[in-house]
Design a protein around this ligand. Sequence first.
Ligand code: MLT
Length: 399
Amino acid sequence: MVKVNEYYARVGNNYLFSEVARRVREYKAARPAARVISLGIGDVTRPIAPAVIEAIHAATNEMASADTMRGYPPEAGYDFLVEAILEHDFRARGVHLSPDEIFVSDGAKSDTGNIGDILGTGNLVAITDPAYPVYVDTNLMAGRQVELLPCLPGNGFCPSFPGRPVDVIYLCYPNNPTGTTLTREQLKKWVDYAIEHQSLILFDAAYEAFVSDPAVPRSIYEIEGARRVAIEFRSFSKTAGFTGLRCAYTVVPRDLTATTSTGETVSLNATWRRRQATKFNGTAYIIQRGAAAIYTPEGQRQTRETIDYYMQNARIIKECLERLNLTVHGGANAPYLWVKTPGELSSWEFFDRLLNEAQVVGTPGSGFGKAGEGFFRFTAFGKREEVIEAAERLETLFR
Ligand code: MLT
């Protein structure tokens, strides 16, 4: 008789964004004429940069000829992409990593979820609350104990250290969902904590490209000592519109170790490589060529324009909400705005009100964790005209 992984019963039936999509689908089915504007899931709307498209076309043509076609890609990524990553994302910021510390993949969602494969189920895991649901869900599915670290206006959305020593800590900055950031000093305290307690930080830097404040670190490796305690996740999804193309990478420094139950020391870099070699067959050549084009001068300029476009959206939404006397966080170095719901409305009540009365969709804060109750997230990734219209609808509704 087949036995199921009973730990799946610890997570709800529906993944947050699937649940939001289901409710919107039902609403639209009942009112086919409604023009619903989505500022919910952080999915991009701008076209892919021309430099990336050209590289993808050229790579596609290579696939059409026996001399230049490619089969299985190297499972940790082609050298041309790894080199571009090392040069532009790290060396240019004074961070020196080696090629075998970069693992190109098909997404930060899969990597932040799959990383648990190489970590013992007995680890105590600390996760900020609210958080991207993948962190909590995947740890519950694996049977691990999770300790939540509330991030609220009262602590400036900077988590306090856990009450008991933890083995693994998830940090995401710029933060999804609150759109807030940590300063270098705040992040340094977490690196020091991890060094002192021999813990591992899983640092999700998927939104680093949206940082404009020089006081905000874009990589955890800008902090001294981080190589010894942190894995970093990066994504091209939000940086360059790759949500549909799928390409990301994870940095696993060679200095990182973990112990076995008998006290032996094991390299996490080697263990992740072994995991990827067995369970992942690499990211498509065509897509990696597209990703490498982001680092060309035109690619950099074009992706910067798109990021500026989204950040202008963030300003439009923020100003609108502030005019309505709502309290808004984030949106300055991140593409998310975190709003206190008005009055005593719960996150889902606010969701229903916006959907029913303004046909605007956002994401209920409580879907990101208990500490998200009474908050609501707007994404800045919408089309400009829809963002403006959504702002007008909100003004009409709340004036
Ligand atoms: C979000 O809306 O939080 C993200 O787009 C989800 C994701 O990146 O998977």
